[in-house]
Design a protein around this ligand. Structure first.
Ligand code: SF4
Ligand code: SF4
Length: 467
């Protein structure tokens, strides 16, 4: 009998409902959360198989309850076996089939941190999905659906800027809606967009086919956003995006995402204040910001480094990784800015991520796929512009490169280097795209334990306030 590896605890200060001796405890594997007296926390600390027979009746009762909640396990080996089984179950989960379609890699923005945006002729050559490929995407998804037999299907449109290829979006939405209806599968559509072409016409066209949510990126207050995310001709975009959000906020869930670096992070409180003043503020489903992922190759601007769990410990410089960051809330690689911005976001009354329940992300799921404009398959959107990481193709073609890549993603298990970290079940070793870009190895953990710990402190405060 042992305390679980996955227990975390936060001593609670004196407050209206605590006496200064209480402790918030959470088990990240079972998600159990309790507030207990410090005597219970001490009992956990001295718990071993040797001590168990000498416990009082009251202590045995407490131990029984804590064991039911997962705070006490048979052994640390059992904890490790359980978490490995958990990751295997996550990988094999067939209840939800998720597909992200990159309708185009073209973009009308020239984001400050985007390598693509720096190239004048990028759009001329960037891939765009044809209607013919879209028809093959439908057939491929239909086949997967009959094989996997999910209860739910989630379709996300992403890019580039997905709204630059509306015919493909409309085609896929309509056809896949029919595919799901014919099989009794619940379906939902999400869009991740820069918001410039987000009109009521687009939303109304997609609503009957399951559009539920739209995530729009705003990078800081008006001036900062206009600097970070101008049009390719340099024109500002902030006001038009905000007008567009206002126009559609009644029709579907709108989330605001933002990518910050050291040059822009200071403007986010002003953005939050601005959003709070808007008539659509209470309709925003979520507001959440994350650092820009930068690697070593380019970008002289401010960066927020990832920290290797072990190894060189050298500082990591920055290159743009906007596709990973923008695609995926789980890639909220973090530092103290993250925790502060989360608290600010809550202070302005917006729902946001709690900083603890961050994963495992879709790269660990066999039934989550990203499809590039040419029909190539990828394990997650963050790898989708790197042909060497393609895991297959919707036409079923096999080649050694794709097979090797598929094997690499199936074996992904960066958490194995994380020893006895309590956050393994909700982190899984962090964002593999960030590891690849910044550490040069997708199977190494990138660690933001400090931010997970800050998230637990927030959960503890909220739990204490509810007492
Ligand atoms: S690897 Fe990173 S970008 Fe890809 S799904 Fe996971 S968190 Fe998101
Ligand atoms: S990368 Fe995640 S799981 Fe690994 S040590 Fe850091 S916080 Fe823990």
């Amino acid at each position: 009998m042992q305390p679980s590896i996955f227990n975390v605890r936060v001593p609670l200060d004196d407050g209206p409902h605590t006496d200064g001796n209480d402790v918030f405890m959470m088990n990240t594997f079972t998600d159990a959360q309790v507030i207990v007296g410090s005597d219970v926390a001490r009992l956990l600390d001295r718990l071993t198989n040797d001590v168990a027979p000498r416990l009082s009746e009251e202590e045995r009762e407490a131990v029984g309850t804590l064991a039911e909640m997962g705070f006490i396990v048979e052994s640390r080996e059992a904890d490790r076996r359980n978490v490995e089984q958990f990751f295997a179950d996550v990988r094999a989960d067939s209840s939800d089939l998720r597909v992200t379609v990159l309708t185009t890699l073209q973009c009308n923005f020239a984001c400050d941190y985007c390598i693509q945006g720096d190239h004048d002729d990028f759009n001329k050559h960037a891939a765009k999905m044809s209607l013919e490929t879209a028809a093959r995407v439908v057939a491929w998804i239909e086949e997967r659906m009959d094989l996997v037999r999910p209860r739910k299907f989630g379709l996300t449109f992403f890019g580039g800027e997905p709204l630059l290829n509306l015919p493909v979006m409309y085609y896929l939405a309509e056809r896949l809606w029919a595919v799901c209806r014919a099989r009794g599968v619940e379906s939902r559509i999400g869009i991740i967009t820069n918001g410039l072409h987000l009109t009521t016409d687009v939303v109304d066209r997609l609503l009957p086919f399951g559009l539920v949510s739209v995530k729009v990126t705003i990078d800081g207050d008006r001036d900062t956003h206009n600097r970070m995310r101008p049009l390719r001709g340099g024109q500002p975009t902030f006001d038009r995006i905000v007008d567009n959000i206002r126009a559609v906020a009644d029709r579907c869930q709108i989330s605001i995402g933002g990518n910050f670096d050291e040059s822009s992070v200071g403007s986010y409180p002003d953005l939050l204040a601005f959003l709070r003043e808007q008539d659509f503020a209470d309709k925003l489903a979520r507001v959440a910001f994350k650092p820009i992922i930068r690697g070593n190759a380019t970008q002289p601007k401010g960066f927020i480094p990832l920290t290797p769990v072990s190894g060189s410990g050298a500082s990591l410089n920055g290159a743009c990784m906007t596709s990973a960051g923008a695609a995926c809330d789980s890639s909220w690689v973090l530092d103290s800015h993250m925790a502060l911005l989360r608290e600010e976001t809550k202070r302005f009354g917006f729902a946001t991520m709690d900083g603890v329940h961050m994963g495992p992300c879709e790269i660990h799921k066999d039934n989550a796929h990203t499809i590039a404009p040419d029909g190539s398959l990828y394990a997650c959107p963050g790898f989708a512009t790197n042909a060497q990481e393609s895991t297959g193709h919707i036409d079923g073609r096999h080649d050694p490169g794709r097979s090797r890549a598929a094997g690499r993603f199936e074996r992904l298990s960066a958490w194995k280097e994380c020893e006895d970290c309590a956050f393994i079940p909700v982190c899984a070793g962090g964002c593999s795209v960030a590891s690849d870009v910044q550490l040069g190895d997708m199977n190494r953990p990138n660690c933001h334990k400090v931010s997970f710990e800050a998230g637990v402190v927030s959960l503890a405060r909220e739990a204490a306030a509810r007492l």
